[in-house]
Design a protein around this ligand. Structure first.
Ligand SMILES: Nc1ncnc2c1ncn2[C@@H]1O[C@H](COP(=O)(O)OP(=O)(O)OP(=O)(O)O)[C@@H](O)[C@H]1O
Ligand SMILES: [Mg+2]
Length: 219
């Protein structure tokens, strides 16, 4: 479970201060499919970064899978991210000039434990997003939809319980967007907690629950 307890994220500029998130509390159960919905600047990405341990709050606690993230040091937080969270971003964030295969296997470089059937696992994931015929292609040789499917495969390599997707269809046409949403929905059906960040109400409606953000607060 993800328990967000009175979390704030404050940015200071000299004497001014700005709350990207202001004292929010919300729980997300294991296996839920939720959307974080709100206009630009409402704090969606900030919240996603905090849940995934990419950033730390200035106040409050995030308890994810029984770990209080504020009690982890930077190394432990990196390990938490690597093992428990899969990230998918609007702009795919693949490594250029590197094959699809190597992009998917990248997170393994950072994990301490070697997987027994590493090659099979990588190939299986690439197959599951329908790209086995492009294993040796580089991101620049793939369409946007294909690149996002690579990013999804990469996010799954360490079998995370939680998938965080920040505007995953934002750079895709509707056909590819639908395909990506279908993959995310299937991951949820297999038991993963899937959280989609979006400003698109129609997209949010496809999930089971919508958490609405505005000006850093839940409404
Ligand atoms: N490093 C930072 N320093 C100062 N302010 C920041 C920083 N990062 C984000 N903010 C501010 O915090 C607010 C929330 O940003 P956030 O990226 O979470 O918005 P968002 O809801 O994801 O918006 P979008 O839909 O445009 O991606 C914004 O007003 C933004 O300008
Ligand atoms: Mg954002």
């Amino acid at each position: 479970m993800i328990d967000i307890v009175r979390v704030s994220k404050e940015y200071r500029f000299g004497r001014e201060s700005f709350f990207a998130l202001a004292n929010i509390s919300v729980k997300i159960e294991d296996g839920e499919y939720v959307a974080i919905l709100g206009p630009s600047g409402s704090g969606k990405s900030t919240l996603m970064h905090l849940i995934g341990g990419l950033d730390r709050p200035t106040d409050g606690d995030l308890i994810v899978d029984n770990e209080n993230l504020s009690e982890l040091n930077d190394g432990e937080l990196a390990e938490f991210r690597n093992k428990k969270v899969g990230f998918i971003f609007q702009s795919f964030n693949l490594i250029p000039n590197t094959s699809l295969y190597d992009n998917v296997s990248l997170p393994l470089v950072y994990s301490k434990h070697k997987l027994p059937d590493e090659k099979e696992k990588i190939r299986g994931l690439i197959d599951s997003v329908g790209l086995s015929h492009k294993t040796r292609n580089k991101p620049s040789q793939l369409s946007g939809g294909e690149q996002q499917r690579v990013a999804i495969a990469r996010s799954l390599i360490n079998d995370p319980q939680i998938i965080l997707a920040d505007e995953p269809t934002g750079n895709l046409d509707s056909k590819n967007g639908t395909e990506v949403m279908r993959i995310l929905e299937n991951l949820n059906k297999k038991g993963k907690t899937v959280i989609i960040v979006t400003h698109d109400q129609e997209l949010a409606k496809e999930t089971d629950r919508i958490i609405k953000l505005r000006d850093g607060k839940i409404i």
